[in-house]
Ligand binder design. Sequence first.
Ligand code: GTP
Ligand code: SPV
Ligand code: MN
Length: 596
Amino acid sequence: MSYEVENSALLKWVHDTAAWCTPDDIHWCDGSDEEYDSLMAHMTESGMATPLQKRPHSYLFRSDPSDVARVEARTFISTPNKDDAGPTNNWIAPDQLKATLRHLFHGCMRGRTMYVIPYSMGPLDSPFSIIGVEISDSPYVVCNMRIMTRMGKDVIEHLGAEGTFYPALHSVGSEQDVSLASPMWPCADTDHKYIAHFPEERTIWSYGSGYGGNALLGKKSLSLRIASYVARQEGWMAEHMLILRLTNPQGRRFHIAAAFPSACGKTNLAMIEPTLPGWKAECLGDDIAWMMAGKDGRLWAINPEAGFFGVAPGTSYATNPAAMDTVRRNAIFTNCALTDDGDVWWEGINGSTPGHLIDWKGHDWTPENKDLAAHPNARFTAAMTECPVLSPDWEDPAGVPIDIFIFGGRRAGVVPLVTESIDWDHGVFMGATAASETTAAATGAVGNLRRDPFAMTPFCGYNMADYFQHWFDMGDVLGDKAPRIYYVNWFRKSSSGKWLWPGYGDNSRVLKWICERLEGKASAVATPIGNIPSVNDLDMDGLDWSHEAVEAILRVDAEAWKQEVLSIEQFFAQFGDRLPARLRDQLLKLAQRLNT
Ligand code: GTP
Ligand code: SPV
Ligand code: MN
């Protein structure tokens, strides 16, 4: 140990966990460069990591082909009372789940090293911040946590003798010795994967996966599932949202927090390069926002993370140049393809397709190969500080004041490019009824439409109906200082299956309309589903687009929306009496507006 630990609760937990998981060694992480480099050297030696010749200080990893994304079916919210987890979460009683996991964790680190990873979500000096400690048997997890969080010695110092921390235990769940492993990391089979949350104890136990949100427990497990539970108790919000600062040509700043489901465009919007002249965007976060009412009555947000764990496929200098520059050095890549000259490659990176690659499974690949070279959920891990459009205020302990909420999803049909809510309750209704086609960010079928309220379906640590009520309660607290609420859909398609909207940097055209609505400068058309720009309200300067094409992306089809009402009714039914009356009221009002 390169530092003193005075926190007896932490020492006891580590001691007890070691007695249970029986590692050969315990490594207390200090978060130093030397530690990171030595772990990477060790993993390079074992074959798990491939250093990239073309990118300084960067490494490629390949997971087991069965361990490529979050496993929602194996993610549990374990409250004593099943109803407190609600109908959208998997539930097993805490005693039973712990009994199963006690057995699985027993001796699971034999022959290997147990890493103790102290980390802070949020800057250490922020009133928002929460300290967590993850125990893991994966050096890959240690290196990722070093980038994604503030990790190491400073956190232990801050914790002191009496400080409290949220414990999280993780094992890849295989008795294989890492040094003898195949190039992939080991994992447990699907039925033995458990991403378990005990919200009342603010505790996480994750077994059997080394991938992303299943294993980097500061992210979805602590900062969303456990934090959302705590936030409701304490009167703040933990949301699956990017944070963006937009400055208009007159110099007025707008802070935007936007919730889209996994792999539906948060990272891209967070790093947007506006195509409209004079507009400037700065990134504050791409996945998680913690928000609290400030002394001034406004809603202030911080991003608790320190890095990006972003979707690689589709990222290019044309779509997201800032992300491309973010990963030029000091990055970790997972399940990307490897070029012959030692660089990474993925579908949609642009440029010519190399004649030969090593695919994400470690096999030779040529363009004739029908399989994808990179996994669709291949990801990069990079520090926020590598991002060229990072806001200088990204670490402000007070956060930034949010003016605008945007919800959205991936919908080939029905949902127009942008809709303005009529008022807070209508905006909450929009968030609560958000729907999106499933993506590769979670295992299972891709492209199935599902309701994903507030993009929080996989991340809400308690009954979703109570979460809806919490949104109403926050609105009541914020009153006329509450952010204005919008809904967007970048993903509408024509009948022939083509994107109707150029997306990416051109999404600034939608943001401009939204900002001008706040300033009372732009007009809108009232429709049954909310206020929508008319064709002339959108700035399409510099784009060679027809009137009809813009009309198609803005169209509201009343018949299709009547079907939506029926599907929302069904979706709401599962919450029974726990569904807030204010949401039922909104559904009724929508139906009435559609029928007149
Ligand atoms: P998580 O990290 O899983 O929470 O996802 P995210 O919401 O940050 O998604 P991300 O920005 O990484 O986008 C996922 C995919 O959507 C990428 O392949 C993008 O290229 C694509 N995408 C993002 N924005 C747009 C857009 O405006 N239009 C289109 N057509 N695709 C987009
Ligand atoms: C998501 O799926 O929303 C992600 C990636 O941001 S993971 O961290 O794997 O959950
Ligand atoms: Mn996410």
